[in-house]
Design a protein around this ligand. Structure first.
Ligand code: HEM
Length: 318
């Protein structure tokens, strides 16, 4: 075999690399010699992945429900990778900011489009039965969904809209957390008590939400945007990518999700009780939640009209 200049160059570079680490190149070359080749199924962990669907009933459509939730959680994880990198970035400019927020937007757009798999992709009769075996679990308990919210905006914007003006960006996270908007979505209609779904969710994750809230005071996406220079902050492409993010996460995804609740849980006279007996009709629509990550980027009129037309459409189309 010829030791070409390219091979010699790589060997020298490898030698330098391992010498710096105080390691012997020859041992590592032996490692290369004995190492097995990489196979797709090992690398992607296909067998493990396909073993993670464990239905509670024999209804065949239950695995669709499980897998679609798993797909969603993976997209959420992809989004969280971007928030981490944006927060950690030292030399931030408009190009990097736009590129990475666009990635998050693409993940949500894929989820919004694919939500049809839930809305129309399961037999209602099967769903109505297998859901009873899953109580009190709910997608409401998706911690990654809450992490994304905390990574997106100042914590004060997650406080319930009716009392938000009693707090400022600098209020203690623990106090704001007590009034985070989603607690309303898990309160029993009849008694006003926290649902079991919420109690269990908080038992497991509350300390993580508060710790992340503290961490994100300075590195949530809105704060990352503030780090851009004046020109970049005023750049329309930059502002639009954030606006699109607000629309995707706070209008279009919630609407696609809401349509599935309408499809499966709506009956003519009375609605089917949601997990833990909450009023999902009043809680889920973005128009009522008015969750807005970047309020400074919207006009008062846009904020007033938040999610309205969409809610009406989803109700008339059902
Ligand atoms: C047939 C499909 C679905 C139906 C009927 C449905 C129904 C509901 C209902 C009624 C709620 C209100 C809380 C409760 O009572 O449980 C809820 C909340 C929630 N669900 Fe789903 N869901 C579906 C699919 C999904 C999927 C695939 C995900 C993805 C992870 C998901 C994530 C969530 C989240 C994050 C919340 C909390 C929303 C918020 O606080 O604004 N759901 N869902």
């Amino acid at each position: 075999m010829d030791i070409t200049p390219e091979i010699k160059d790589r060997l020298e570079k490898l030698n330098e690399k391992y010498a710096l680490l105080g390691q012997d190149l020859l041992s590592y070359l032996d490692g290369l010699l004995y190492a097995d080749t990489v196979k797709y199924w090992d690398y992607i962990e296909v067998d493990t992945l396909l073993s993670l669907q464990k239905p509670k009933t024999n209804f065949p459509d239950e695995v669709i429900f499980i897998m679609y939730h798993q797909i969603t959680e993976l997209y959420f994880k992809l989004a969280l990778c971007e928030f981490e990198q944006l927060g950690a970035r030292e030399s931030l400019d408009a190009a990097f900011f736009t590129e990475r927020v666009s990635r998050i937007n693409r993940y949500f757009e894929a989820l919004i489009k694919s939500f049809e798999i839930m809305i129309n992709g399961m037999e209602r009769e099967q769903f109505m039965k297998f859901r009873m075996s899953l109580l009190p679990a709910s997608g409401f308990q998706s911690a990654q969904y809450r992490f994304i919210e905390i990574f997106s905006t100042d914590f004060v914007n997650l406080v319930h809209k009716d009392i938000r003006n009693q707090f400022t960006v600098d209020s203690p996270i623990t106090e704001m957390y007590e009034h985070i908007y989603w607690k309303e979505g898990a309160t029993e209609l009849e008694t006003g008590k926290k649902t079991l779904t919420l109690v269990q969710f908080e038992e497991k994750y509350q300390h993580q939400f508060i710790a992340l809230g503290e961490r994100c005071r300075s590195l949530n996406l809105w704060q990352v945007y503030q780090r851009l220079n004046d020109t970049d902050r005023a750049n329309d492409t930059v502002k639009n990518v954030l606006r699109q993010n607000d629309i995707n996460v706070n209008i279009n995804w919630p609407l696609a999700h809401y349509k599935s609740a309408v499809r499966y849980l709506h009956k003519d006279a009375t609605d089917v009780a949601a997990t833990g007996g909450t009023n999902w009709q009043k809680y889920l629509p973005p128009r009522f939640q008015k969750r807005i990550f970047y309020p400074a980027l919207w006009t008062n009129e846009e904020k007033e009209e938040w999610g309205k037309a969409w809610v009406e459409d989803s109700l008339t189309q059902r």
